[in-house]
Design a binder for this molecule. Structure first.
Ligand SMILES: [Zn+2]
Ligand SMILES: [Zn+2]
Length: 303
């Protein structure tokens, strides 16, 4: 059963814990903000544009926020158009892809004094990858994120459809998510897997330990030569923590999986947001380098 309808003392205790964490994050905001110099070595590779229909503001406003924070390298990675689902609040239309590329190229040409990469966030649909890659042919991305937002056609990450969790077994949801995640890493052709444990977004919890899933996923990533990102947007969601969880990140560190960084900004103020938490997480996992990409070539940079 999903976490949302949980009642009784257990549910209440969870809600209280979540509330305390949320308040702590707000109270300590000013103290925890990184200094511009600390942002200097970091990148924010996961920035959306209004073309996707659920992000707001002009691209230049996102760039200015990055400059204000002291970031020296960012990348736009908007949602790749979905080929078989039409929803103006999910992704740009296929015919808008050239417009997206032109928008990012324009930002690169405006010499803001910051490195701007062209990325994309591509959904993993097991039977459509040839078609999806064909739609992206000829575009020189700096990196391509792979993302599992769908489990067998179910858009589990969609915050507008929380009721879709009703009647589903969290253990099965987790298991299926991680199967697809590993498949995507092996077969998707991606450089980075986005928000690696997105399945926890709405706070569902399993009745079984998930360590084996983390281990298997980390091994798969290492074998397939695919990086992951620490994505701070989970802090803004019901789960109130970054993706991935510390246990998953530690497994990735043990396997030598490269790690990059993204805020998943959908409004300008979210660029570089909560990167202090990301830095703590990276340090707790013993990670001292982050992965940067140019024309799909990975370079590690010391933190
Ligand atoms: Zn989005
Ligand atoms: Zn995503």
């Amino acid at each position: 059963m999903a976490r949302r309808p949980v009642g009784g003392a257990r549910g209440q205790a969870r809600r209280v814990r979540r509330g305390v964490r949320r308040r702590w994050l707000n109270w300590s905001r000013a103290r925890r903000e990184l200094k511009p110099a600390q942002y200097g070595n970091l990148v924010d590779y996961h920035i959306h544009t209004k073309l996707c229909g659920h992000a707001y503001g002009e691209p230049a406003e996102y760039v200015r926020e990055a400059l204000r924070r002291g970031l020296t390298e960012i990348g736009f990675a908007d949602h790749m158009p979905l080929l078989h689902i039409r929803d103006e609040h999910l992704t740009m239309e296929p015919h808008e892809l050239p417009e997206y590329v032109a928008l990012v190229r324009e930002m690169q040409e405006r010499s803001f004094g910051i490195t701007i990469r062209l990325g994309i966030e591509m959904d993993y649909f097991p039977d459509q990858m040839d078609e999806i890659w064909a739609a992206a042919a000829g575009i020189e991305f700096d990196y391509v994120y792979g993302a599992v937002h769908y489990i067998d056609g179910w858009g589990f990450g969609d915050s507008r459809r929380l009721s879709s969790y009703r009647g589903r077994d969290p253990d099965e949801t987790y298991g299926r998510y991680f199967d697809l995640f590993c498949e995507a890493a092996r077969e998707g052709g991606f450089d980075i897997m986005a928000h690696p444990d997105l399945v926890k977004k709405h706070g569902i919890v399993t009745s079984v330990p998930v360590d084996d899933m983390y281990e298997a996923a980390a091994r798969t990533l290492a074998e397939a030569n695919v990086a992951i990102e620490v994505n701070t947007s989970g802090i803004r969601k019901r789960v109130v923590e970054p993706y991935p969880s510390l246990g998953f990140l530690k497994a990735c560190a043990r396997e030598g999986v490269p790690v990059t960084l993204g805020s998943d900004a959908h409004v300008p103020a979210q660029v570089g947001m909560d990167f202090d938490v990301a830095l703590e997480l990276l340090s707790a996992a013993g990670i001292r380098e982050i992965a940067t990409f140019e024309r799909r070539k990975l370079t590690l940079r010391a933190l």
